[in-house]
Design a protein around this ligand. Structure first.
Ligand code: ATP
Length: 365
């Protein structure tokens, strides 16, 4: 009996580097995505997300490394021969062409027969609710409608891989949320492999199957949204994911364990962890009447369903954030007691890397 050959990765990058003159934009990026994956490239401005997307697209050549798309090394292949479609931040619609002409522009350029063009146009327009707008010019459309035309133009290509670079950044918050759901649904319905660039962690967490968080041209963590939230690989990841992100408290020796400087009686982590950084998710912190960790409120931000508190802890300037359900009008300077979750996240203070197997022991605070 012969076993079925392994399905090739839709995308496989190995050791991809890119230099612009002496500036290094990408350093040895290795990652892969299975067919049908929604992969988000996430990271702060300048970390190399767009450059990586452009290397995958063939708009930039890599200085080193290989790019395989659907199992094929695409070195030297132009974008049109790579089996990809693209959507950019600026929709780049042609102002003098109608919506319909914009959508089929690429097909026309590739010589797709008229009947086939019409059929694909009808399918894409129906999928994105553009049937009534096909005769309009881009200037007669809202921002959201223009975005839909850009999406239609990408999906009409019927390429297995779709690349998107911050496609929603020109839209207001409400429309952005709607379009997120629409793009995700479209990607799933068509079985596309998506590479989607954003610097918005909430967008990444809500859309992705796989998040690749980048930092200074390198992959900092490559994992599912659930994994990246539950086990951030470094303080950089911990500080990037979550609203607000994890608080990081420097640990010192306390009475029978590790504590925050100035509160030695409130042990928050097991013995032997002094010197490390303790990560605490704001939603896991609970105000308590009892013997909780003493803190002082420095700011309270009411968000509707909840209040985010910033609190000063101990004597070394440590800041602990808490996300408390409901409205709490607490003035700066208010003393509080907080119950912390068990010690789940420890990081090496020197390297910032996660310390594996963080000892699970309830904190006393
Ligand atoms: P943003 O979210 O701001 O778009 P990014 O993560 O997409 O940022 P890139 O645009 O990929 O980042 O840029 C990565 C690095 O490469 C930056 O330091 C940038 O200045 C540099 N860079 C990008 N394109 C060029 C270029 N054509 N020439 C020189 N340097 C470039």
């Amino acid at each position: 009996m012969t076993s079925a050959p392994a399905q090739p990765h839709a995308i496989r990058l190995e050791g991809v580097s890119k230099e612009f003159g002496t500036a290094r934009a990408l350093s040895g990026v290795t990652l892969s995505a299975a067919p049908g994956t929604f992969l988000v490239l996430l990271g702060p401005s300048g970390c190399g997300k767009s450059t990586l997307l452009r290397v995958i697209a063939g708009l930039e050549g890599a200085t080193a490394g290989t790019v395989r798309l659907s199992g094929r090394d695409v070195a030297g292949l132009p974008p049109a021969a790579r089996g990809i479609s693209m959507v950019f931040q600026s929709y780049a619609l042609f102002p003098h062409l109608s919506v319909a002409e914009n959508i089929v522009f690429g097909l026309r350029a590739r010589g797709t027969p008229r009947a086939e063009r019409a059929a694909r146009l009808a399918r894409a327009a129906a999928m994105l609710g553009l049937e009534a707008l096909l005769a309009r010019r881009p200037s007669q459309l809202s921002g959201g409608q223009q975005q839909r035309v850009a999406l239609a133009r990408a999906i009409v290509a019927e390429a297995p891989i779709c690349l998107m670079d911050e496609p929603l950044s020109n839209l207001d918050a409400k429309l952005r949320a709607e379009m997120r759901r629409e793009i995700r649904a479209l990607q799933q319905r068509l079985g596309l492999t998506m590479v989607y660039v954003t610097h918005d962690q909430a967008e990444a967490m809500s859309m992705a199957d796989q998040v690749v968080l980048m930092r200074e041209g390198c992959v900092e963590q490559d994992a599912s949204p659930a994994e990246i939230y539950a086990r951030p690989a470094s303080t950089f990841v911990a500080g990037f994911i979550g609203t607000p992100p994890m608080s990081l408290l420097r640990l010192v020796p306390g009475e029978g364990g590790a504590a925050v400087a100035g509160t030695p009686g409130h042990v928050v982590a097991p013995p032997g962890t002094a010197g490390a950084l303790l990560g605490i998710r704001p939603e896991e912190v609970v105000p308590t009447d009892g013997a909780g960790l003493p803190v002082t409120v420095t700011a309270a931000e009411f968000l509707g369903a909840e209040t985010v508190l910033a609190c000063a802890v101990g004597t070394a300037g440590e800041v602990l954030q808490a996300r408390i359900p409901g409205h709490h009008a607490l003035a700066a300077g208010t003393p509080l007691r907080l119950r912390l979750p068990p010690c789940r996240h420890l990081f090496d203070a020197a390297t910032g890397r996660r310390i594996p197997q963080a000892v699970r022991q309830p904190a006393h605070a």
